[in-house]
Design a protein around this ligand. Structure first.
Ligand code: C5P
Length: 233
């Protein structure tokens, strides 16, 4: 089964996907981390982020996979996520993500992973391009202000809140206006506005749509259904 979660930067996709995957016993696939890995590697090798052939060769060479614990692997080695989470790494990811050749390589890798595992996956095109036939699709939204606040708490960044909001807005614009798989909302996605909700409350809403999944640990007994009350973190 595939559960796909889309939404703009800072909408809480990764945290929600992680919790949901844990509770369902599914693998979590963070597709943004794959674009970040390509962007960061291109930068470290001095490759121009507009050079489609060179960047897609790097995407190919990285040979990205996940292990059964959902850790991102490159050529069989676990990728250090700490080196990928900052806003500048996100900006590099967003630039290589504009290149159709890079997207082709990564989308194929993501679809291969989806053939092997039950997945909760998140990322800008997961409900529309990568897994258009996902059993459940969600689109998380939040105001720019709320998203900047969340990112500010997440990343060790010397960007102040206002600069961070500007950076996120710029990345949203770049992701929405690009020609290749722009950020867009699938028609059949459940839209969840997350302003003012805790992560646990957002996860509760997703569970309310999905209901119990056979073979998964019981979401009701985990206390994650509405009225459950257990902290998910
Ligand atoms: O989700 P995250 O912030 O880690 O993604 C970093 C960048 O990677 C996004 O701004 C977007 O440009 C790109 N991306 C994408 N498609 C995905 C996931 C991420 O284009 N499925």
């Amino acid at each position: 089964m595939i559960i796909a979660i889309d939404g703009p930067a800072g909408s809480g996709k990764s945290t929600v996907a992680q919790l949901l995957a844990q509770r369902l016993g599914f693998l979590m696939l963070n597709t943004g981390a794959m674009y970040r890995a390509v962007g960061v590697t291109c930068l470290s090798q001095g490759v121009d982020l507009q050079d489609s052939a060179a960047c897609s060769q790097i995407a190919q060479d990285l040979d990205l996979e996940v292990d059964r614990d959902g850790r991102l692997l490159s050529r069989g080695q676990v990728v250090d996520m700490d080196g990928l989470i900052g806003e500048s790494q996100g900006a590099a990811a967003s630039r290589v993500a504009k290149l159709p050749q890079v997207r082709t390589v990564l989308v194929k890798a993501q679809q291969r992973i989806g053939e092997r595992w039950d997945l909760v996956t998140e990322g800008r095109d997961t409900t529309t391009v990568v897994f258009p036939r996902a059993e459940y699709k969600f689109f998380l939204t939040a105001s720019l202000e709320e998203r900047a606040k969340r990112r500010h708490g997440q990343v060790t960044s010397d960007l102040d809140l206002k600069r961070l909001a500007e950076e996120i807005e710029r990345r949203d614009r770049q992701d929405s206006e690009r020609e290749a798989s722009p950020l867009s909302q699938a028609e059949d996605a459940h839209v969840i506005h997350t302003d003012g909700l805790t992560i646990e409350q957002v996860v509760d809403r997703l569970f309310a749509v999905i209901g119990p999944v056979s073979g998964a640990p019981d979401a009701f007994s985990e206390g994650l259904m509405p009225g459950g009350g257990q902290s998910g973190e």
